[in-house]
Ligand binder design. Structure first.
Ligand code: OAD
Length: 243
């Protein structure tokens, strides 16, 4: 692929780059996205049955087992060339931050060193009542119980109706305001507050780039739009920047 000289020059001279990723970056690792027709998780399951505090109160076993199934999928999968290209990108600019809505930890496994997890991490476990961080538990009961307070254990992810981790959100907004270039990669950009970050970047003067095979609310305001799978496009971009 041939990139415009202006794009490559802007990226090469950027002091600060921020990247927002969504489920699409992990699609090529075999992890289902949420909102795509047919294959998205929310086409098969109702979020209000599985990803809210009231769903967990109603049927904790169902919710725990659904997340165990997702954990297993992630454990059996690996970061793909898109994650690796993002990790490589970091070495090409003075300051680089990954802001992700994903809970799979693939950016860190691929080698990215500054990753802000807006929606938590599915591999971590906390308890429902007190958010004690728990590494080990007995599993003769499903869900298992917190060894400290005996409330049920749950994944350390953000459910609908819950607030985002405060420091993560503050840092994400700051990095977004300060960056020269902002890339929105593999997100449908409809879930707030992450969906507002591309606008905040643009309002603060950043070049806005979108990488997504499909059109999203970001598309019409982006300076560059690449309708390609991230795992194909990003290695080409990073290769062009590095040579
Ligand atoms: P979505 O499932 O809403 O969107 C995935 C996006 O990835 C879509 O716009 C696809 O077009 C795009 N996509 C698919 N394959 C791709 C590929 N190979 N390369 C690049 N893009 C690709 O997922 P998110 O935007 O991440 O939150 O959803 C945001 C939040 O909604 C999630 O974090 C989750 C969900 O409900 C919670 O569970 C709280």
């Amino acid at each position: 692929m041939v990139f415009s000289t202006l794009l490559l020059e802007t990226l090469n001279s950027a002091q600060k780059v921020a990247v927002l990723t969504g489920a699409g970056i992990s699609a090529e690792s075999g992890i289902p996205t949420f909102r795509e027709a047919q294959t998205g998780l929310w086409s098969k399951y109702r979020p209000e049955d599985l990803a809210t505090p009231s769903a967990f109160r109603r049927d904790p076993k169902l919710v725990w087992e659904w997340y165990q199934w997702r954990r297993q999928l992630i454990e059996q999968s690996n970061p793909n060339p898109g994650h690796h290209a993002i990790a490589q990108f970091e070495g090409l600019v003075p300051s680089f931050t990954v802001i992700t809505q994903n809970v799979d930890g693939f950016h860190q496994s691929a080698g990215s060193s500054t990753v802000i997890e807006l929606h938590g991490n599915i591999m971590r476990t906390i308890c429902f009542d007190n958010r004690h961080k728990i590494d080990e538990w007995d599993d003769y009961e499903i869900p298992p119980r917190c060894p400290i307070c005996r409330s049920y254990l749950r994944p350390d992810v953000v459910w609908f109706g819950e607030g985002l981790p405060k420091t993560a959100l503050e840092n994400a907004i700051q990095e977004t305001r300060e960056c020269n270039v902002f890339l929105a990669i593999g997100t449908s950009a409809v879930v707030e507050p992450a969906a507002s970050l591309p606008w905040i970047a643009k309002e603060n003067g950043a070049l806005l780039i979108e990488v997504n095979p499909n059109t999203t609310p970001v598309t019409r305001n982006a300076d560059y739009v690449f309708h390609k799978p991230a795992g194909e496009f990003l290695p080409e971009l990073v290769h062009a920047l590095a040579t």
